[in-house]
Write a protein that binds this ligand. Sequence first.
Ligand SMILES: [Zn+2]
Length: 192
Amino acid sequence: MKYEVLKGGENPLSCDVALIDTDNYLYVFEAGNKEEIVTKLNEINKEKIIIISHFHLDHIANLNKLNYSKLYVGDNTYRYTKTGQIVSADIYLDNLHLFKIPSCHAKGSIGLEYDEYAFIGDALAPTNKNGEYVYNAQLLKQEIDTFKKLKAKYFVSSHNMEEYKTKDEVIDYLESIYSRREKSNPYISAKI
Ligand SMILES: [Zn+2]
């Protein structure tokens, strides 16, 4: 693997964190919500650039305890972090590509493409709407189109960064959900 993973976990709920080491910077995808992640990251004596996929607490909570020189977030995440550069269009840094994800899971999500990998946060997960897990059909279509355009072969989700799905698996998975849409309903239930 060309990236290192700091594991999150369940209690408190924390996503994993990916570290991508380049000549000049250590790129950190997600901040997580676990004390051990803070300790480990702050021990690393290299300039850090943090990228956060979306605003949920298990992805951003560590942020104010971390040392870093630059932060990239989506527009909706900025409402919570109040700091960082908003990714409003594609951004290219070193060999990295930051992009917006029209995510069914969280508004203002962003992803990171690096080498053969696309880090997509929780974009494969549905959202909770009035107690029901659903995908918004229109957003899902946009999400599929966004993912189809990526060059990465492997897609990495933030709650299990040590494994990945192939791009085809991800597209097939999302298209099978999209195929269950009904004409009169803007939402697709995540339950089969
Ligand atoms: Zn989330």
